[in-house]
Design a protein around this ligand. Structure first.
Ligand code: SAT
Ligand code: MN
Length: 588
């Protein structure tokens, strides 16, 4: 019998923990309270066994490096399953396994896997503890690294347990790092049971079960039945010189700059005029209609699990400011004096040791893994919005969809109405990144940036999106952006980063009815004069490609979008099919 079980006041939680302990057979059970003392003891243990390395205490107090297994550095989409009774409910967008078969497979892997280890029970709350939009879960894991990360990424410990005891329902997440054998690695979701089983990986998106597994895959399913939306979106607030703040939610695939956009620093002219950007969240957004008909959003997370490479004083000074202390770095390089280092950090220092712990040799590998990450509390961010803790959430004025598209897609366009906006989201395409294992730079459809994260059939998901358009609803305007358009020389045409505020300002102008646009079949595009381009130089090619619309290319794109939607069969909502046909027709 494992030692250390304090238990909770909730019989179904205690029973589940006992069941898991009987299966996994840990030496000890530790119920996490989220206290500093608990965290210090875990850190000391991980420093002792090499799971963590202490970074330079002078430059980066209380900060640590974790080097993962080299085969365990990203999400594994081919090993991620949604296990619903009926395969059609998971949809062609998910890998599916029958729940009984999946449970049997996973339970065989979990059998005795915690022998000699401590089993940690982590009660957590996704969202502010006192928000009606928040939802809770309990993750059981044998990884102290997961505990330390969950403590930063969620509201974890005693207050979460108190809420769970009151509510009685919670998402059950079971995780073990196992032997990290890629052939014995699966991330299984049981949305109908509000349960997750993840084995064989310690990587964030596979192992911090509050994040993608709960807050997106399980929550998207839950949101559908409860009338809300769980989305892969950042949330930011834009305060104009008059002191009015508009909130924007924006969906981009992993590693396409959500963290940078969420923490944007306005260009100098805007700063001087009094513009400010507030960060509410950088990855996940839960939204629900309020009494006034607007959508209100919370960030269910409490921290950032951001991509390190490319983060610099220039690209994201707010992120860099967060990373000065109390951060966990995973798979970055280090300098000779043990400071964290990654490609694009641009601080004049040089790496000495790479992410594998070997002397840095640029001919061999980059110092930091392309999907190396930092974990840090949102409260450390200078632009963190006080409204992020508001239990009522923030009202959303605009929804933005965006992907990485080297060609065709202009800088920004606006959807005509909600149905068109849902089609714009549903037909999003993007070139793949290092956030998941597999080829990088391949264009794929990634509707609403949810391809890896939607816990049910995309056709039903689009229908759910369409269902928000009810009488009395005051829905946000919907836009599409592409920061990644390239010129003939292969270089990016748009400067991006802080200058993206110029595009966001135009959107707010459209919301307020003050900004101009040109109507086209794909939506309303600003002309170069509709955007404030003061202080940036754009050549003829850039102006043409960023603000133009290429009829032939879009005609082909809409054929491809039609084929994509048809792949979902009759379950695809007719309103979306009609919208696609209407636009395809006007492009022909
Ligand atoms: O899935 S992670 O949380 O590791 C990050 C991402 O891919 O968006
Ligand atoms: Mn993400």
């Amino acid at each position: 019998m494992a030692k250390g079980s304090d238990g909770s006041r909730l019989a179904n939680l205690n029973e589940w923990v006992a069941e898991v302990a009987a299966l996994t057979r840990p030496d000890r059970i530790h119920w996490c309270d989220g206290s500093d003392a608990e965290n210090e003891a875990l850190v000391a243990q991980m420093l002792g066994d090499g799971t963590l390395v202490r970074l330079n205490e002078q430059t980066h107090p209380n900060s640590f490096l974790h080097r993962s297994d080299p085969d365990d550095v990203a999400r594994v989409e081919h090993l991620t399953f949604v296990c619903t009774d009926d395969q059609n409910d998971a949809g062609p967008n998910n890998h599916w396994m029958a729940p009984d078969e999946a449970h049997a497979k996973m339970d065989a892997l979990f059998d005795g896997c915690m022998a000699g280890r401590t089993m940690y029970v982590i009660p957590y709350c996704m969202g502010p503890i006192d928000s009606p939009l928040s939802r809770c879960g309990v993750e059981i894991t044998d990884s102290p690294y997961v505990v330390a990360n969950m403590r930063i990424m969620t509201r974890m410990g005693a207050p979460a347990l108190a809420r769970i005891e009151k509510e009685g329902t919670f998402v059950k997440g079971l995780h073990s790092t196992g032997e990290l054998d890629p052939d014995r690695r699966f991330i299984m979701h049981f949305p109908e049971e509000l349960a997750i089983k993840s084995f064989g990986s310690g990587y964030g998106g596979n192992a911090l079960l509050g994040k993608k597994c709960h807050a997106l895959r399980i929550a998207s399913h839950q949101a559908r039945s409860e009338g809300w939306l769980a989305e892969h979106m950042l949330i930011l607030g834009i305060e104009n010189p008059q002191g009015e703040t508009h909130y924007i939610a924006a969906a981009f695939p992993s590693a396409c700059g959500k963290t940078n956009l969420a923490m944007l620093i306005p260009p100098e002219g805007y700063r001087n005029a009094g513009w400010k950007v507030w960060t509410v969240g950088d990855d996940i957004c839960w939204m629900r209609p309020g009494k006034d008909g607007r959508l209100y959003a919370i960030n269910p997370e409490a921290g950032f699990f951001g991509v390190a490479p490319g983060t610099s004083k220039k690209s994201n000074p707010n992120a860099l400011a967060c990373l000065q202390r109390d951060a966990i770095f995973t798979n970055v390089g280090v300098t000779a004096d043990n400071q964290p280092w990654w490609e694009g950090l641009d601080n004049g220092q040089q790496p000495a040791i790479d992410w594998r712990g070997e002397p840095y040799d640029p001919a061999k590998r980059p110092a930091a893994h392309p999907n190396s990450r930092f974990t840090v509390s949102a409260k450390a961010c200078p632009s963190y919005s006080p409204e992020a803790e508001n239990p009522a959430g923030v009202p959303i004025s605009a929804i933005v969809f965006g992907g990485r598209r080297a060609s065709l897609v202009p800088l920004v366009f606006e959807a005509r109405d909600w149905t068109h906006g849902v089609l714009v989201g549903a037909s999003m395409g993007s070139e793949t990144t290092a956030a998941a294992t597999g080829a990088v730079g391949v264009m794929r459809r990634d509707p609403m940036a949810m391809k890896p994260f939607c816990g049910y059939n995309f056709a039903d998901y689009f229908a759910h999106w369409l269902s928000f358009d009810t009488p009395g609803a005051k829905l946000p305007k919907v836009f599409h952006v592409n920061w990644f358009r390239k010129g003939d020389d292969g270089k990016f045409l748009w400067p991006g980063f802080g200058d993206n505020l110029r595009v966001l300002e135009w959107m707010i102008g459209r919301v307020n009815g003050t900004a101009g646009a040109v109507e086209t079949p794909i939506g309303a595009l600003p002309s170069a004069d509709d955007l404030n381009l003061d202080g940036i130089e754009l050549g003829d090619e850039a102006l043409c490609k960023l603000f133009g619309y290429e009829r032939d290319g879009w005609s082909a794109e809409f054929q491809a979008i039609g084929d994509y939607l048809a792949g979902y069969g009759p379950r695809m909502p007719q309103a979306l099919v009609d919208e696609q046909r209407r636009i395809a027709g006007s492009l022909a």
